[in-house]
Every structure is written in C-alpha cells, then in structure tokens.
Write a protein that binds this ligand. Structure first.
Ligand SMILES: NC(=O)c1ccc[n+]([C@@H]2O[C@H](COP(=O)([O-])OP(=O)(O)OC[C@H]3O[C@@H](n4cnc5c(N)ncnc54)[C@H](OP(=O)(O)O)[C@@H]3O)[C@@H](O)[C@H]2O)c1
Length: 341
C-alpha cells in the first residue's frame, strides 16, 4: 500500500500544482528611485492595499485581521500579474493576511518584490475619535506579527504610520518607538525604516532624536496638496517622499466640481494621448516623488505603467504645478497638517 501511495504522490502533487494559482507577472522595466541612506533601489510606483480595500475590511463585521478576504487576495494577485513589484500594506489596513495569501498562491519570487508595511500606533481622527494601537507595546511586536501573517522573513520598508503617540493610543512614546525601529533594521527585519504622515515640524523633532535617520516619509501628495515645506525639508535631509492618494484631483467626489485643473488636465491628456490617472501619476513621479496608487480593476492596473512611457514638457509640468497650487484640498489628517506647525 505504501508503495502505491508513493507512486501516486507525484501525480497528486502535479494535479494540485496545475490547479494552483501561480501566475506569470507581466515583464516590465519599472524604473527605481535610490534611497539616500542604504542605496536600496525602490520600484518607482506602488500598489496600495489600503484605502478602498481597508474600508472593505473595516466595514464588514465578518472580516478581521485574521480572516482572508478572497476579493482582496484576487486584487493583489491581479496587481502582481499586471507587473506591480511594489506592494504597500499596514497593520491598520488589516490586509497583511491577504498580501501573505497572494504572495504564497502566486509563487512570485520574493527577491523581485518590494514590500512596505506600517506600524499602527493608534489614531486620533479629525472628529476627535480615538482608535487604539494594534500593537500598544510598539513597532517591534507589530512587525513580528506582520511578518508571520505575510509569511515573510523581512520587509523592504517599515514605517511608523502616524505621529499619534499618547497614552490613549499606545503604551510608548515616539522616542521609544523609534528605538524599536532602529532595532528592527539592525536585526534585518526591515531593510529600511521611516515614517508616514509626519509634517515638517514633527519630522524635524524625530530627526533630532534619531540615531538612524528616517529614510522615507509617506504622505498625502498630489497637485492640490503639494506640501512645499515638507518637500523642502525632506530634500535637505535626504528623506525620500512617497505620495498616497495621487489621483485626488480627478475626483469631484473629493475636491468638488469645476476645479481649476480640470480644463488643463483635459488638454494635456489629449496632447500626450493619456488618461487623467496617467497624467496625475506622471506628474507625481516626475516631481521626484513615488506614487502609491490602487485599483480593483486589472485593466486599470495594467494602464498604470504607461506613466513611464511619456514625459511632461517642462512648461506643462510647471503649469500643472502652478494651477494646482491655486486650490488646496487635503483628504486625510487635517488635524496634523493644517493645525500643527
Ligand atoms: N500612509 C497613509 O496614511 C495612507 C493613506 C491613504 C492611502 N495610503 C496608501 O496609498 C494607497 C493608494 O491610496 P488611494 O486609493 O487613495 O490612491 P489613488 O490612486 O489616488 O486612488 C485610487 C482610487 O482611484 C480609483 N481609480 C484608479 N484608477 C482609476 C481610473 N483610471 N479612473 C477612475 N478611477 C480610478 C480606484 O478605484 P477602482 O478600484 O474603481 O479602479 C481607487 O478607488 C492605499 O491603498 C494605501 O496603500 C496610505
């Protein structure tokens, strides 16, 4: 009997591997930015597993950080298939588990991917609501849990998700959290460390206490939120900027109707034969900032890469920048970026 089982085993394995979800990612030549301190090359566009995917998980009472949402797994596998080699997740999104499933099922070579994760220190929302940390003892505990959920030995970049450190949100100070971040990098659990949602003044304070300087700040950045002070501080201090919500100017549901860039976006899309999302992502990329975008649709994911096939002429780039500055819109964390300097 044992003998027959041994004979059948390869057949059984090949049957299951044929039915597995392994994918062949589209071959793409995706440009990179070089991180200033470690010299690591970071793929110049990222696919986000937060925003709409986070809302999906947060709003369904049947879903939690420990349950796999098949829709999100499918979306992340589509992103890998489309050729994204840079995925963005966070403890607070609850999507680490789907990232792990998608990586396992797709069979994509880990060494060819860039994975960014973030520590959930807890939040104070603009309406005053307090959300407690996912790991009150700090980023070390958070990343250990994250690596297990994602089935990884390390992440390429680990960020403190926001500057909300007080006894209501978590049990540590920012200084203590950053010491843990430094330990995380030293132990090789994250190749690079940084922050998210730090304005220039908070970044300056962190910069002064940090032995290992933050490598990245991931912030809201688009034509209607150009963050000149922050960008200048980051440039002067070798901190690389990543942009979330880069498509914001496209959405009347966010910025309102008849905004000043609308006719210019139309005109330039016509001139460069691109779609508005491509124009907006290209502007972010061409400004030296890394766009993090997302979609649930494979066709849109695939279209994203067109941003590397055209270049905005300087006059068009400057026009977008100038007209963008004439109207201001921020979607996230006004309590830090508009009231705290
Ligand atoms: N650090 C932070 O605090 C923070 C905060 C927010 C976000 N993030 C990260 O940034 C990622 C991206 O954020 P985001 O979703 O706001 O980015 P976004 O790229 O500005 O917007 C993505 C949204 O645009 C829609 N979309 C994409 N292409 C489109 C097109 N051609 N036409 C019309 N709609 C289109 C997508 O919907 P469809 O599915 O319908 O295509 C999706 O809902 C998040 O997933 C997360 O990883 C970080």
């Amino acid at each position: 009997m044992e003998y027959i089982k041994d004979l059948l085993l390869p057949l059984k394995n090949s049957f299951f591997s044929n039915r597995s979800s392994k994918i062949i990612p589209a071959m793409r030549n995706i440009p990179t930015f070089t991180l200033p301190h470690t010299g690591d090359k970071i793929p110049a566009v990222a696919f986000g597993s937060g925003s709409k995917h986070r809302l999906r998980k947060w709003s369904d009472p049947k879903l939690s950080k420990d349950t796999v949402d098949e829709t999100i797994v499918r979306i992340i596998m589509d992103a890998l298939k489309a050729g994204f080699n840079h995925l963005d997740t966070a403890e607070s999104y609850l999507t680490r588990i789907e990232i792990g499933e998608a990586l396992k099922r797709s069979g994509v070579d880990r060494s060819k991917l860039w994975i960014t994760d973030k520590y959930n220190q807890g939040w104070i929302l603009d309406d005053g609501q307090v959300l407690r940390s996912g790991s009150p003892s700090g980023p070390y505990e958070s990343l250990k849990k994250g690596l297990k959920m994602m089935g990884l030995k390390y992440v390429d970049l680990f960020l403190i998700h926001g500057p909300y450190f007080n006894p209501q949100t978590c049990d540590i100070t920012l200084e203590e959290a950053w010491k843990q971040m430094e330990r995380i990098q030293k132990e090789g659990l994250a190749r690079n460390i940084g922050v998210s949602n730090f304005n220039a003044s908070r970044l300056r304070k962190l910069y002064e206490i940090a032995d290992v300087k933050p490598q990245v700040d991931q912030v809201e950045y688009h034509l209607y939120e150009q963050e000149p002070d922050l960008i200048e501080f980051c440039k002067d201090h070798d901190i690389f900027v990543e942009a979330y919500t880069p498509l914001t100017p496209m959405f009347a549901s966010k910025v309102g109707e008849n905004r000043p860039l609308n006719p210019i976006i139309d005109k330039l899309c016509h001139k460069y034969h691109v779609e508005p999302n491509q124009l907006l992502l290209r502007w972010v990329y061409q400004s030296g900032v890394l766009p993090i975008t997302t979609s649930s649709k494979l066709s849109r994911m695939t279209e994203t890469f067109k941003i590397f096939d055209f270049e905005l002429e300087k006059t068009d780039f400057d026009l977008l920048q100038k007209v963008g500055k004439s109207f201001h819109y921020r979607h996230y964390f006004r309590n830090i970026f508009e009231n705290d300097h």
